[in-house]
Write a protein that binds this ligand. Structure first.
Ligand code: NDP
Length: 325
């Protein structure tokens, strides 16, 4: 048997000169938020060097506790890659959001600061509530989610933060092509990444190509389709796992890493975190066949209400998505 390559050994170049580890650990909370502490510790001890955090997840305190333990064991801050994000209800004050995150994480800079969504929700000076509602139960916006351009002001504040010692790189998340077009007309700094839902059931070659043209790397979130891991039930993923003698999770990660995309799996199962680090060398034909699964039957699993109107393909009920269907 040839020696297995490891996903934890792969790094990609960002467009601003920094490097990013291809495999990152997601930190969306399980039922018990404090469990994230052991997840992060387990991941780093298993070779992960990339943690995907966010103010919105409410788990940064536990990521911070994990980092404290890891630093005491001799892991160095400069060897880890830590991301945080500014939430739409904090769109007016990304620096305040960042400062809160840094304080919870117990570090003095993040490697990557993302705009979580190109949307402006109506939060107070502390970004609260995170999901503001009108009386009729609809989301309370500070700007029109379809035609508004206020989201560009948030990114422009991220650009200012890149000039400080609190942030190494800046990027975006949940940007569709129409939103990216608007951004690129205004931006002084090209985002280093666009973090989006991506897996074999959600083909997005046009968005990937658009980002590649502008040297924006794709970060794949929900790489197994989030809770319940529906993507892992695909027969072809299971077939490949058997062929390569790896787990279905490792096939899902390899699908991205072998094509130059960062993958951000999450798990509350420590054994899963520990063992899912191999990188099976899928062939081009196999990668294409995985892609075709989504072309034939596209499925998006994350359809949070604040994503409505952003111009994403296959966003259930979104009028804008019709132009693509
Ligand atoms: P994933 O696609 O990684 O799915 C995680 C879920 O799949 C967990 O419930 C996990 O269960 C389950 N799972 C994984 N492997 C298996 C398996 N072999 N068998 C059964 N169940 C399995 O989910 P996320 O949606 O959390 O995405 C990952 C990360 O991406 C997030 O944590 C976050 O950091 C980021 N993200 C970013 C977003 C954004 O808007 N920018 C939106 C969503 C996510 P178990 O815990 O038992 O392993």
């Amino acid at each position: 048997m040839p020696e297995q390559k490891l996903a934890t050994d792969v790094y990609f170049d960002l467009n601003d000169g920094h490097k990013i580890p291809a495999l990152g650990l997601g930190t969306v909370p399980p039922e018990d938020k404090s469990a994230v502490r052991d997840q992060v510790i387990t991941a780093v001890r298993s070779g992960y060097r990339h943690i995907d955090a966010a103010w919105y997840y409410g788990t940064e305190k536990y990521v911070g506790e994990a980092l404290k333990v890891l630093f005491a064991e001799g892991y160095k801050r400069e060897d880890l890659f830590i991301t945080t994000k500014v939430w739409p209800s904090f769109h007016h004050s990304p620096e305040k959001s960042l400062d809160e995150s840094l304080s919870e994480l117990g570090i003095d800079y993040v490697d990557l600061f993302l705009q979580h969504w190109p949307v402006c929700l109506s939060g107070d000076e502390n970004g609260l509530p995170a999901g503001p509602k009108n009386e009729d139960g609809s989301l309370k916006y500070d700007d029109d989610p379809v035609d508004g351009v206020k989201f560009l002001e948030t990114y422009s504040k991220l650009e200012d933060l890149k000039a400080t010692n609190k942030v190494r790189s800046i990027g975006v998340s949940n940007y569709s092509i129409p939103k990216l077009r608007k951004l690129l007309q205004n931006a002084k700094i090209i985002p280093v990444v666009n973090q989006i839902e991506y897996h074999p059931q959600l083909p997005q070659q046009d968005l990937v190509d658009f980002c590649a043209k502008h040297k924006i790397l794709i970060e794949a979130y929900s790489p197994v389709g989030s809770t319940g891991a529906p993507v892992l039930k695909l027969p072809y993923i299971n077939e490949l796992a058997e062929k390569y003698g790896v787990s279905v999770n490792e096939i899902a990660n390899a699908y991205h890493i072998l094509q130059g995309r960062i993958t951000l799996p999450r798990s509350s199962n420590l054994e899963r975190i520990k063992t899912n680090v191999r990188l099976p060398q899928l062939t081009k034909d196999e990668l294409d066949k995985l892609y075709q699964i989504g072309v034939e039957n596209p499925t998006r699993y994350i359809t949070d209400p604040w994503g409505y109107g952003l111009g994403f393909k296959w966003w259930k009920g979104d009028i804008l998505s019709k132009e693509f269907d």
